[in-house]
Design a protein around this ligand. Sequence first.
Ligand code: FAD
Length: 539
Amino acid sequence: MAYPSASKLLLLSTCSGGGLLVYSDSSPSKRTLTADGQEIKKKKVVVLGSGWSGYSFLSHFNNPNYDVQVVSPRNFFLFTPLLPSVTNGTVEARSIVEPIRGLMRKKGFEYTEAECVKIDPSNKKIHCKSKDSTSLKGTTEFDMDYDILVIAVGAKPNTFNTPGVEEHAHFLKEADDALKIRRSVINCFERASLPDLTEEERKKILHFVVVGGGPTGVEFSAELHDFLVEDVAKIYPKVQEFTRITLLEAGDHILNMFDKRITAFAEEKFQRDGIDLKTKNMVVGVTADEISTKERGSGEVVSEPYGMVVWSTGIGSRPVIKDFMHQIGQGQRRVLATDEWLREDIAAIFGKADKGETGTLNKKEFKGVVKDICQRYPQVELYLKKKKLRNIANLLKSANGDNTELSIETFKQALSEVDTQMKNLPATAQVASQQGKYLAKCFNKMEKCEKKPEGPLRFRGEGRHRFQPFRYRHFGSFAPLGGEQTAAELPGDWVSIGHSSQWLWYSVYASKLVSWRTRSLVVSDWVRRFIFGRDSSSI
Ligand code: FAD
């Protein structure tokens, strides 16, 4: 699946000179002795988060010269692609989570169940809050020092400040969210089956509204529809006729990040299935009983009663990251930017560009910043050669010509074009886990690279760097559409839709589960569902 970009994993070194790692003197490092009695100072790596990027980093990390400490509010890894299947009981929540304590023990890492609420990069400290409100010391807050901080905290659902969403809608981001949705769906059917209700009341209770036609909203709608058709029809036959699913999307089409053939197939299928698909409709408010939408063309606002709303309109940065971005001069950005080695010091470049709201850069300054960009984004030069980034190409031309000054505004525009082209990787599990693996490999090779600092040649032909920059490899995306049909978009513009792709989906996701334990649990859940149907109890 493709997801809008938001979450980033980065290695945060407070270095200014472009080296990968710089350690402070007041280091919290542990000291250990080697067999021949030599003292080794271990650097402390603090990892925030145990999700896709954090877990991948930890499982590939293999360098005994670091002391690794993990801080995350959840002590498990969650296989999010199967979360929609938990909402209707196709798969159990525990089947898609992997406790991280096992990995901690195996690798000799430390884990603290807490949330980081503030990053203090100048003092190399994080401020944390534990979930435990009954701490013996009477405090649930503490500070932790680090030499290197790996930020892998993911993102939070984005409500665009729509009134009433936080209070009345369900989100689908964590295991708890999926379990709440599952309970809520069943409760709607139990409530609608109570005696002495009018037809209108039953219709209201059984009106399920899904907001957001992206991969998660579409998959959830499809799962819910399957549940209604395959199980509810047998379990609640008297109220089945009152059920309705509405899928609201503000854009022109659903699944707009996929190939047009997939979008068209999905829209037709949903219409055939009786899912009420309303595109060009923006939600403007949610109350306890009604959801209000505004049609994009006419501007007409319509309110409809509902029984349950699931909100899935994308993701945004977490407050701790927003605060951190303000501290490092990225306050104007939507997501945290890193350089190609997933380090935070790209901020320095944007800092330079932000030095004046208006005004000009002289030729020397301009050349310096462009050189900086080319060093940090080696592909920029390749793009320039292919004339893909015309703005920068033109700017470079004029910088080499007679012009002595350039407008900072024009320069900023060109920079943001570079930023968009270079950095906008989709916020998917695929990207996150590849980033985690890449970063762990950098750590694993650290000593070797320090002994031989020239490292691999940079492919831009000038200068050297110890590590190859991060490169994302896209292996394809899936969009399950219900009724044992899935759309698959694979590299090379290859699109496949139907039952055969569903089998490909089963095999890919079974293979991607992180352990044999979860793999066997999920496969047995699928088999159980085929034989006995879904469990409709609301425990
Ligand atoms: P996460 O996996 O969200 O992990 C974040 C971690 O940080 C968690 O452990 C969290 O507890 C922890 N954390 C949060 N705040 C703090 C804090 N303040 N301090 C310390 N720790 C903190 N992607 C795909 O590629 N394919 C799919 O099919 C797919 N399906 C999806 C279905 C659903 C329902 C959802 C919600 C997402 C799906 N995604 C899919 C997207 C994918 O899950 C995300 O892109 C991926 O989880 C991002 O990884 P991450 O490591 O950045 O964040």
